[in-house]
Design a protein around this ligand. Sequence first.
Ligand code: SF4
Length: 340
Amino acid sequence: MDERYVREALFWESDPEGGKDVRCLLCAHRCRIKPGNRGICGVRENREGRLVSLIFGAVSSAAVDPVEKKPLYHFLPGSRALSFGTVGCNFHCQHCQNWEIAASRPESFPLRYVSPGEVVDRAVDLGVESVAWTYNEPTIWYEFTLETSRMLKKRGIRTIYVTNGYISEEALDEHAPYLDAMNIDVKAFAGDFYRKIVGGRLEPVLATVERAVSLGIYVELTYLLIPGLNDRREEIREFSRWAVSISPDIPVHISRFFPNYKMTHVPPTPMKTLSEAYDIMREEGLLYVYPGNVPHDSRENTYCPQCGSMVIERVGYHTTDKTDAGRCPSCGFSLPGVWG
Ligand code: SF4
């Protein structure tokens, strides 16, 4: 393995009984790891009683994407995000859309070393407004995203986490001053789903959403509707009520599922189910609900909640922001979000 990828990890503690086991404190799994072993994510290893990250700067995928692809709809609409991913994941979702990288280990996937400084230089050269940590779970290469985000902040470039929300409180708190936006995936509103399909728990994810908002990070949510698994009307209603309790302003992307990875036996989400979920979310008071994976749907536009004017038009990834820095041009209503 390229030793440039190996860095002493942040957020871990030694075995309090003096042995060489360590406990990783980076995410809610809090893995106890024996010497020579790795945590659930497959990228953090106990080397003789010290925890190291094996993926510092280890890039599996990089691209310039519309920020709408993250998805973020009220965060610098129409701007571009230089996007990076690595390998591994702390969840093992049976329906993973990026399993080629998420289910890989650093030694089994072609990686390219990119230093924090190179990320900053590339973002400046390209003139992008933000850098997104995405494609796989960004928490697991925390040391790299934190160091790079600090440097980006100094250059006025914003940063984005596209995440499953399993980061620990202490790790989120430290990253918060250098994180501008998060899209957090709430994969279901039932503990059973998280246990059986994902390999995690629901509560830490909800706690992350609440904490991120309270820390001043701009947050949007994604809910992928999987037929028969997380699409019960009551479940959608409970999710909506919880989201409204944080803020009716929080944008929610309800996405259509398509068969993938270990879930090829489940059919795509019927449009009827998606529309019912959309209606429930709106009935419960969420002001900005957007269907995802649905081309040419007028509900992808943003409408002013006060006067009904279309204020942001989206056709595929082509976005026209008609607001005046977030204000409705017709009635002056101020929309939630981050504006240029
Ligand atoms: S980041 Fe990895 S090693 Fe650390 S607690 Fe989470 S899954 Fe375990």
